[in-house]
Design a protein around this ligand. Structure first.
Ligand SMILES: [Zn+2]
Length: 340
């Protein structure tokens, strides 16, 4: 055992899940996140900004309303907790140094708005839209080819709300040099947003933040809920967001019923991992939701006794396209949930 490791680092999942979040004793300063936050501060300094948002461990990625602060989910503070997050949710948001840095820049966009109140300005609204727009990241309908928005986080997240658009634009501005973003977004309407933000940031470089209040909403060290209850709540949230499918579609995909055919379930189970990986990659949907959908389809194929011709390439293509379309339509029809 390494010196300084918490006693739970060798616990089995069940033992770990019984623990309360506040009792984990994880600290940002004692984790790899220290380096990530250091890089964020360096980037802010390099752009001439004086704001250094308060960064702490919370229960998810967010910036508390009206406060120039950033919460990072506690599970990123220890490899054992990242492994638990992976086994519970099938992916770790911000688990790689690159994705963590991208999320930090995004949240920093909210934090800087909270510090200077930019979104209450009229010129801000004329560029990004009204901040009073209904805030419902689960009901936005993205236009994938729109050039009015920067592309940073998955699922065209800048299109979710004017505040998210600003946070995403800030993230691009902070993470790349002016000549890089000017080149990348040349001819795009999104460039106007970047140029406007660039002007705002010249002001921020000389003006002190208007809000310096500190308040740590949902700080991990104060969360008395157990990890088991925490994950049950998050899974319930995703389950409510689950796409539907129809028996008739499955019957059409697995229409083969000739001698030598094999159960559809066998085919599905054999290619499950590859199927989920490709769909997740190309739709940007959460792995947990795609996995649940595939699992539900496997159960239904079993109940319906569907079969497929062995080694039928056609079935593989149809299945992948069908599931991707379910997930994508689901995204467009607006029950998609992602909030950062
Ligand atoms: Zn956001």
């Amino acid at each position: 055992m390494q010196a300084g490791e918490p006693i739970w680092h060798k616990f089995k999942d069940e033992e770990l899940l019984a623990m309360r979040i506040c009792d984990l004793g994880v600290r940002l300063e004692q984790s790899d996140l220290k380096e990530r936050v250091g890089q964020l501060y360096d980037e802010l300094a390099a752009r001439g900004l004086s704001l250094r948002p308060d960064v702490y461990l919370g229960d998810e990625w967010f910036s508390p309303e009206g406060i120039p602060a950033i919460a990072i989910p506690f599970y990123l503070a220890h490899p054992r907790l990242k492994a638990l997050e992976l086994s519970q949710m099938l992916e770790v948001e911000g688990g790689s140094p690159e994705s963590c840095q991208m999320l930090l820049r995004h949240e920093c966009g909210h934090a800087i708005d909270h510090a200077y109140g930019y979104s209450s300005r009229e010129d801000w609204s004329s560029i990004f839209g009204s901040p009073e727009a209904e805030y419902a990241p689960e009901t936005y309908t993205p236009r994938p080819y729109s050039k009015s928005f920067v592309r940073h986080l998955p699922n065209w997240y800048a299109q979710a709300h004017p505040d998210e658009d600003f946070a995403e634009t800030f993230a691009v501005w902070l993470g790349s040099q002016p000549d890089e973003w000017r080149q990348r977004y040349k001819g795009w309407k999104a460039l106007e947003k970047l140029e406007y933000l660039n002007t705002l940031m010249q002001d921020a470089a000389v003006a002190p933040p208007r809000v310096i209040r500190r308040r740590r909403t949902s700080e991990a060290s104060k969360l008395r809920t157990t990890l088991a209850r925490h994950y049950a709540a998050r899974r319930k949230l995703y389950a409510a967001d689950f796409p539907d499918f129809y028996d008739a579609d499955l019957r059409q995909i697995f229409r083969n019923n000739e001698p030598g055919s094999q159960p559809a379930v066998t085919v599905l189970k054999k290619y499950r991992v590859a199927l989920i990986a490709s769909i997740t990659q190309w739709t940007g949907q959460r792995k947990y939701i795609v996995n649940m959908l595939v699992r539900k389809i496997i159960d239904r194929c079993h109940e319906l006794g569907l079969t497929a011709a062995p080694g039928s390439v056609q079935v593989h293509f149809e299945l992948a396209s069908y599931i991707a379309s379910l997930v994508t339509n689901h995204l467009y029809t607006g029950r998609f949930k992602r909030s950062v």
